[in-house]
Design a protein around this ligand. Structure first.
Ligand code: HEC
Ligand code: HEC
Ligand code: HEC
Ligand code: HEC
Ligand code: HEC
Length: 368
């Protein structure tokens, strides 16, 4: 082979490696998968852009990649179908989200997720390996009905939850500090991200053939659908000689809650007739920062405080009280999407969603 030919081939190979892939639009799936389409419309995976998620936007607005470099590197996970993704991620080029660019509004799209062939481990974050077959979609059906729009193939990463780990596993900042980590120590086909976050629900996979159920694509989490996850959190009341214990069991394989913005709280009160006795509120947080103080995620190099309930942990909280017959002990476990102490820092003090106390689990125990 001549040197010239070799150079041309290398350039071609290099440019295909860097080239932005194109993906079928979400709307293309609506015709045959109307139920799944509708669920995805409501999911955070469809609202992960700065245009649809005000909390994501608030952090981005203050981020040095925005204010200094005009490089929306968040695209890698938040809008991976962007047609200028390589500019956004490249070393020298600029690239910002554009509300008029349709590929920026597709968010984490149907076709993107279903073309994740495998996940490669990375130090800063993992990487999704996207298949180059534009119309071959991976999932777990044994004998899917053939259709005229796309091909389909079985892929074990869609059964064991590994498909989620390209974006969810970990994200380090410049200090090589883990801003977020979601681990899954020993995933099995019966207990993994998908079994809890994509349960089987009623309704057909497609309108071409009736199936009794499909995998729920609304992806319950802290922004929406947390009621579907409540059964994985167990709250118990244990009476003892000098009062009572509240035990909280987190069945999930990750922290309760995960994102460093979150703030979990436990409220306990006793009512008897008109008397109310409120106990001091307990808070659970994972605060990241530096020099022992909280800081924005891009500056953090240490965990300042971590009282979050760990994966599979049972946390016991003790209360001193002389209980009487007829007392009603009310226990409320809930959370704020954004720690109330930092709302102002990110100009979120007027955002209703960021400020709201969401109830994850509420129980009343009556003393006999
Ligand atoms: C012309 C109709 C049609 C369109 C349009 C369509 N699909 Fe499908 N798809 C089907 C049918 C039919 C099945 C098989 C369902 C069954 O067997 O019950 C299927 C199955 C699938 C599966 C399961 C594959 C497996 O191996 O488990 C995935 C994933 C999928 N489609 C994704 C998509 C995505 C993403 C889009 C949009 C980009 C899309 N489909 C658009 C008809 C369609
Ligand atoms: C490696 C993938 C990845 C990258 C890169 C990434 N994120 Fe995220 N981000 C996620 C995942 C996964 C979640 C959901 C995790 C959770 O809720 O715990 C998330 C959630 C968030 C949230 C919480 C949103 C909410 O609704 O409460 C904010 C804020 C956020 N990201 C900001 C950013 C910003 C700003 C950037 C770029 C500077 C960025 N992220 C880059 C993966 C990523
Ligand atoms: C392309 C990257 C990517 C992939 C792949 C991905 N996610 Fe996400 N996921 C995100 C981002 C980014 C967010 C945060 C969006 C936001 O809040 O703005 C998120 C949010 C979530 C949430 C929180 C929803 C809420 O209401 O707060 C859950 C739960 C979730 N993902 C589960 C999964 C599961 C399970 C899988 C695998 C089947 C998966 N994700 C695959 C990027 C991804
Ligand atoms: C046993 C069920 C279970 C499994 C398995 C599970 N989760 Fe969760 N997940 C939950 C529950 C319950 C919550 C809500 C409370 C909490 O965070 O524990 C949640 C919340 C989340 C959130 C939102 C957290 C936040 O701070 O906004 C994300 C993102 C998420 N899970 C991703 C994953 C991923 C990725 C996997 C696989 C590695 C996974 N989950 C496995 C039960 C589970
Ligand atoms: C965050 C990743 C992700 C996104 C986004 C996503 N899917 Fe899926 N999808 C999966 C996973 C994982 C499975 C396998 C679930 C299982 O085995 O229970 C699946 C399963 C399916 C199936 C097979 C039938 C079933 O119910 O198991 C179809 C069809 C499908 N998806 C279509 C779509 C369409 C259409 C969209 C967009 C409207 C979409 N998916 C968006 C991850 C995703």
């Amino acid at each position: 082979m001549k040197l010239q030919q070799l150079i041309i081939i290398s350039i071609l190979l290099f440019s295909t490696l860097l080239a932005n892939k194109t993906f079928e639009a979400n709307l293309e799936c609506k015709e045959c998968h109307p139920l799944i389409y509708k669920e995805h419309q409501g999911a955070m995976h469809n609202k992960s852009t700065i245009f649809k998620d005000p909390i994501h936007k608030a952090i981005w607005d203050k981020h040095p990649l925005n204010t200094k470099k005009q490089k929306y590197k968040c695209a890698k996970c938040h809008i991976p179908t962007a047609n200028n993704l390589s500019d956004m991620l490249g070393k020298t080029t600029k690239g910002l989200p554009d509300a008029n660019n349709t590929t920026h509004n597709e968010a984490i799209s149907c076709a993107y997720c279903h073309r994740i062939e495998s996940v490669k481990h990375g130090i800063m974050a993992n990487k999704n390996i996207i298949s180059s077959e534009k119309k071959e979609y991976f999932a777990t059906m044994k004998k899917p009905l053939r259709n005229k729009f796309h091909y389909q193939a079985e892929n074990k990463n869609f059964a064991n939850g590994n498909v989620c780990m390209g974006c969810h596993s970990h994200k380090k900042n410049k200090q090589k500090f883990d801003v977020c980590v979601t681990s899954m120590s020993e995933p099995t086909d019966k207990d993994n991200c998908i079994t809890c976050h994509m349960p089987k629900v009623k309704g057909s996979v497609s309108n071409k053939e009736d199936t009794p159920t499909h995998s729920y694509h609304g992806f319950p989490g802290t922004n929406s659908g947390h009621e579907m996850l409540a059964k994985y959190i167990d709250v118990k009341f244990i009476q003892n000689s000098d009062g009572f214990d509240i035990s909280i069991y987190n069945q999930s394989p990750h922290l309760m809650l995960l994102h460093p913005l979150r703030f979990t709280q436990l409220h306990v009160s006793i009512t008897n007739g008109n008397n109310i006795n409120k106990f001091e509120t307990k808070s659970f947080v994972r605060i990241i920062g530096k020099d022992k103080k909280s800081s924005p995620p891009w500056l953090a190099n240490e965990i300042v405080k971590n009282t979050m309930i760990q994966a599979k942990e049972t946390r016991i909280i003790k209360y001193k009280s002389s209980l009487k017959s007829g007392d009603k002990v009310k226990v409320t476990l809930g959370y704020f999407l954004v720690n109330p102490k930092i709302l102002k820092k990110f100009s979120l003090e007027n955002n209703e969603k960021a400020k709201k106390f969401n109830i994850m689990k509420e129980k009343v125990f009556e003393i006999k």
